[in-house]
Design a protein around this ligand. Sequence first.
Ligand SMILES: [Zn+2]
Length: 495
Amino acid sequence: MTRGLIAGCKHETNTFSKLPTDLAAYRARAFHLGDEVPQALAGTRTEPAAFLDFCRREGWSAVHPIYADATPSGRVTEEAFDFVAGRIVDAITDAGGVDAVMLSLHGAMVCEHVDDGEGELLAIVRRRVGPDVPIAATLDLHANVTQRMAENCDILISYRTYPHVDQVEIATQAAELVKRALAGEIRPAVHIARSRLLDGADHGRTTAPGPMTEVLESADKLLAAPGVLATSVCAGFALADIHDTGPSAIVVGDRGVAGAPYQDMAAGLMDEVWDSRHRSTVQTISAAAAIERIRAAGPPAKPVVIADFADNPGGGGYGDSTGLLRAMIEARLEGAAFATIYDPASARTCLDNGLGAIVHLELGGKLDPRFGAPIEVRGTVKAVTRGRFAFEGPMAAGTRIDMGATAVLQVDGIDIVVTSGRFQAYDQMFFKHAGIDPASRQVLAVKSAQHFRAAFAPIASEILVVDDGGGLTSGNYKLLPYENVRRPIYPLDLD
Ligand SMILES: [Zn+2]
């Protein structure tokens, strides 16, 4: 029986964050060992679920030692990395070896002891299984892909959607190639190209025609060439101050086709990404401008959705920056709801005082004073929850999360979801689980850059994206103290 190893270790590391990503940070998001992996993930819209399904369909046995995912934050601790790598290596040993490896990675993991986290992990797995066992890895579209990653696996494919809604499809595609490699039909190898870019392809957005959809079309056309097995374009994750940060193109080619120009194909895709560097499908505005626009338009028939781009926990933002929320409170925006403010102490105060209590709080703004002081508020506790629910929207549907003690605090008519965990609010359940019906609100504010569109665009009359520089995920990279990225690079040095 074919034995397939399925494992996952994900992190998008914002090296400018002071929050270390330790095992506790993984446990706070997703940390499943052994049989917990299928128990927690089977049937969800995730890569491990797709790998498990594939093994079942093919009659393979699945070895699944670990799946770990943490909300983006600072460098992954050496202890956490060693734990994950150790679980995978030990599982291979305990199984008496495996025939194939299928890993669900992010591609932008930076550790305390090594900048290229996935390159290191893949090298460890390659050393353990040897050169002949096919290794496939799936990546997030925001991976910072390295040569070391390419050299230590056979198949490397990234998502093609942002918001990311194609995890199952990409993992299935990777598994199909593993099967063909095992059958001896193909001998895949990974080729990558990069460019002098910190960020590219419009952050990878695929919700409107633009640089990303165009370069993906070009990538698709390459699939007709002899030997081309898979093509990917990664937009990169600019908030990692390491040598390899930036967008990349990946071409998986069959070594059996002599002289195929896979490397040139990848380079051609990167030329397109370079040429489109000045184009964006989204214009950010200030919080003040967003509020002025909402006021001028009058009560909307459907919610206006405001995205707090600069403090997106999904990119390593602390999730407690107060700029946008303060502006909304000062403007007394009617019928508004806000998800979420990360503030465990305030959530605890709300729970301790109980439903209906009036509380005085210093809300948010605890982690970094540069991104706004705490807001002095007097509000009513409208709901208290344990912060546990499953996503229902198009992104990772079925995945369960636990935000810890959570409360809805109503301040001047604005319902604010206050949490004990850092999460990007890209699902309507962040509101619904606390009794807020998002579709009935005039204004919804979410700490998210782009992922929120998957769940909220269908109910929105308009989407406004706010970036005042008030958070760790601002798009203004020139504000950041880069030291290690390749220079010169766009947009820091090149135009
Ligand atoms: Zn991403």
